[in-house]
Design a protein. Structure first.
Lengths: 272, 269
C-alpha cells in the first residue's frame, strides 16, 4: 500500500476539535472539586498524529478519557467531524495501557468486540476486522486465548480491537508503558509503519519523549496539574520514518527542546 | 510464527498416577475387608453393623423388588424440582444483589439472617403447611440450595475486572451489553461453584426432610429400615445416596472445567 500520509498535514480539515475544555474531579479526601485539565484548546487535523507528553499524574490521561467520553468535562466542547461529543461512541476508539482483553474470548472475538457491541453480526465483524488482523500480523492467532499470548502480542490485539471499529480518531493511552523496553521499541516501530499505512488520525498520551518524537507530527506538552498546554511543537521529520532517525541530529534537538519545556515547568511548579 | 505446544504426559507422571490410585483404593479395600472380618468374627452384634457382603445382597434385593427405583424416583423428583427452582430464583437474586448496591443494602441483611437459620428446623412448619407429600421436601431443597447460589453469584459480581468495564464503556456498550459480555462470563465459574455447593446441600435437604417427616423416598426408606433393625438396608440406602452425590458433583465439576478452558489450567478432555 502507498503511503497516504504527506509530510504536511496543515492543509487538511480539522478532525478533532477541542475547545476550552475543563475537567474536574472530586477529591475524596478533601471533598473539594479539583481541576485536572484547565482550559485546553487543541485542533487535530485529519491523518495527523499528535502526542501529549507531560509528567505522570499531570492530567493527560484524564484529558484523553474526556475525549473518549468516559469522563465528563465541566466546560468547553469536544467535536469529532464537527459533531459534539457527549459520551463514548464508535467514532473514537481507545487503546488502553493495559491490554484488558476479555480473557474468556479468543483473540478473534476480542478483536471484533467493539464491532459486536455496535450490533454487527459475528461473521460480518470478522470480515470487517480481517484487514487489520492481517496488517497487525495477528492471522493464525485468532483461536488463541489471551493468556497464551505474550504482553506485546496482547497489546497488538488491543490495537487491532480499536482499529477494527474503523474509528475517526484513535486514542492511545500510554499504549506501550506496560511493556518491557525491547518489546516497546519493536511496538513503536510497528505502530509507526502502521500509522503511515492507514493514515488514521491519532491522539496519543505518553511520558516517553523519544516515542513522542518518533511517531508524531506534533508534540503537545502539558503542564503539571492542572494541565494546560505549555507548548505545541511540530516535528518536521519527513515520512516515511525509520527508527534509525533516533540517531539523527534533528531528533536529538527536538527531544532536547521538549525536555527543556518540561524541565522548566517542573522547576517552577515543583510538580515532581 | 510461535505456536502453543501441549506436551504429552510423561511416563513419570503416569507412574505417579498409578501409585496414587493404588494407594487410594487400597485403603478402601482394607476398610471393607476389616468390616467383613469384624462381622464374621461376631465380636460385635452382627445385627448392628451388617457387613459389605450383606449390604450388597440388600442392594440387589431392593433393586429386584423395585422399591429402590420407586423411592429413588420420588427423591429425585423432589430434588430436581427444588434444585431447579433454587437456580431459577437464586440466579437472578444473586446477580441483582451483586449488581445493584441499593438492592444489596436492602435485602443483604435479610438474606444473611435467612441463611443462618437451620432449614430443617422449619420442617414441622412445612409439614403443617404443605403436608407429608413431596411439596414440603421441595421447599426444604429449595431453601437449602438457594443460598450457596445467591452468595456465590453476589461475590462473582464484586470480582468483575474494572479495566474490562472501562473497555466495554469506551466501546459504547449499553448497560445490558456490559452485563452480557463482562458480568455474565465472569460469573460462570462462581455459578458452577454455587451449583456444586447447592447440589450437596439440596441432597442433604432431601434425605433429612424424608427421614424427618416423609412417607416415601430414599430418606424414608433408610429411616424405616433403621427403625425395623434392617441395618443392611440402611447401609444400602446410604450407599445409593453417597453414590448419587458423588456422581452429581463429578458431573458439575466436568461442566465447570468445560467453561473454564480459557483460564488455561491443566487441560481436561
Amino acid at each position: 500500500m502507498e503511503s497516504v500520509k504527506s509530510a504536511d498535514t496543515l492543509e487538511r480539515p480539522v478532525k478533532l476539535a477541542i475547545k476550552d475544555i475543563v475537567v474536574g474531579y472530586l477529591d475524596k479526601q478533601s471533598g473539594h472539586t479539583m481541576v485536572a485539565v484547565d482550559k485546553v484548546t487543541l485542533d487535530i487535523r485529519e491523518g495527523e498524529f499528535v502526542t501529549i507528553v507531560g509528567l505522570s499524574g499531570c492530567g493527560k490521561s484524564t484529558f484523553l478519557n474526556a475525549i473518549a467520553g468516559l469522563v465528563k468535562h465541566q466546560h468547553g466542547e469536544i467535536r469529532v467531524n464537527d459533531r459534539v461529543v457527549t459520551g463514548p461512541g464508535m467514532d473514537r476508539a481507545v487503546v488502553f495501557q493495559k491490554a484488558s482483553l476479555l480473557p474468556w474470548r479468543k483473540v478473534g472475538r476480542n478483536i471484533t468486540y467493539g464491532l459486536e457491541l455496535s450490533g454487527m453480526k459475528q461473521a460480518a465483524a470478522r470480515e470487517k476486522a480481517s484487514y487489520y488482523v492481517n496488517l497487525i500480523r495477528l492471522n493464525g492467532f485468532e483461536d488463541h486465548y489471551p493468556h497464551q499470548l505474550s504482553g506485546g502480542m496482547q497489546q497488538r490485539v488491543n490495537l487491532a480491537r480499536a482499529l477494527a471499529c474503523d474509528p475517526e480518531v484513535l486514542l492511545l493511552d500510554e499504549p506501550f508503558a506496560a511493556l518491557d523496553a525491547i518489546t516497546r521499541e519493536l511496538m513503536q516501530n510497528e505502530l509507526l509503519q502502521l500509522c503511515e499505512k492507514v493514515g488514521k488520525t491519532v491522539l496519543m498520551v505518553t511520558h516517553q519523549i523519544d516515542e513522542a518524537v518518533l511517531l508524531s507530527d506534533r508534540v503537545v506538552i502539558f503542564s503539571s496539574r492542572p494541565a494546560y498546554v505549555l507548548a505545541d511543537i511540530r516535528i518536521p521529520i519527513p515520512r516515511p520514518r525509520k527508527s534509525h532517525i533516533k540517531d539523527s541530529e534533528e531528533f536529538r534537538r527536538l527531544m532536547n527542546e521538549i525536555w527543556r519545556v518540561i524541565e522548566g515547568n517542573a522547576n517552577i511548579g515543583g510538580g515532581i | 510464527m510461535r505456536k502453543v505446544t501441549v506436551f504429552p504426559k510423561s511416563s513419570e507422571a503416569k507412574k505417579e498416577k498409578i501409585i496414587t490410585t493404588l494407594l487410594g483404593s487400597g485403603v478402601i479395600l482394607l476398610f471393607l475387608i476389616s468390616w467383613e472380618l469384624l462381622f464374621q468374627s461376631k465380636l460385635v452384634n452382627p445385627l448392628f453393623i451388617s457387613s459389605p457382603s450383606r449390604v450388597v445382597l440388600a442392594l440387589i434385593t431392593i433393586i429386584r423388588d423395585g422399591s429402590l427405583l420407586q423411592n429413588l424416583t420420588i427423591s429425585g423428583q423432589e430434588f430436581v424440582l427444588g434444585y431447579g427452582m433454587a437456580i431459577l430464583i437464586g440466579f437472578p437474586i444473586g446477580i441483582m444483589l451483586g449488581w445493584f448496591k441499593l438492592i444489596r443494602a436492602a435485602f443483604g441483611p435479610f438474606i444473611a439472617a435467612m441463611q443462618a437459620t437451620p432449614r430443617i428446623a422449619l420442617m414441622p412448619l412445612f409439614i403443617i403447611w404443605f403436608g407429608l407429600g413431596i411439596t414440603s421436601k421441595i421447599v426444604i431443597v429449595l431453601l437449602s440450595a438457594i443460598f450457596p447460589l445467591i452468595v456465590n453469584l453476589q461475590v462473582a459480581m464484586s470480582t468483575i475486572d474494572n479495566d474490562l468495564m472501562h473497555v466495554a464503556r469506551a466501546y459504547g456498550a449499553s448497560r445490558w451489553q456490559v452485563f452480557r459480555s463482562i458480568a455474565l462470563p465472569t460469573s460462570l465459574p462462581f455459578l458452577i461453584t454455587g451449583l456444586r455447593l447447592a447440589a450437596s446441600r439440596g441432597l442433604l435437604g432431601v434425605i433429612m426432610a424424608e427421614v424427618f417427616g416423609g412417607a416415601a423416598g430414599l430418606g424414608y426408606m433408610i429411616q424405616y429400615a433403621g427403625s425395623t433393625f434392617q441395618t443392611d438396608k440402611v447401609f444400602a440406602g446410604v450407599l445409593v445416596v453417597a453414590f448419587t452425590g458423588i456422581t452429581l458433583d463429578f458431573a458439575l465439576d466436568r461442566l465447570g472445567r468445560h467453561f473454564d478452558r480459557w483460564r488455561g489450567e491443566v487441560a481436561v478432555h
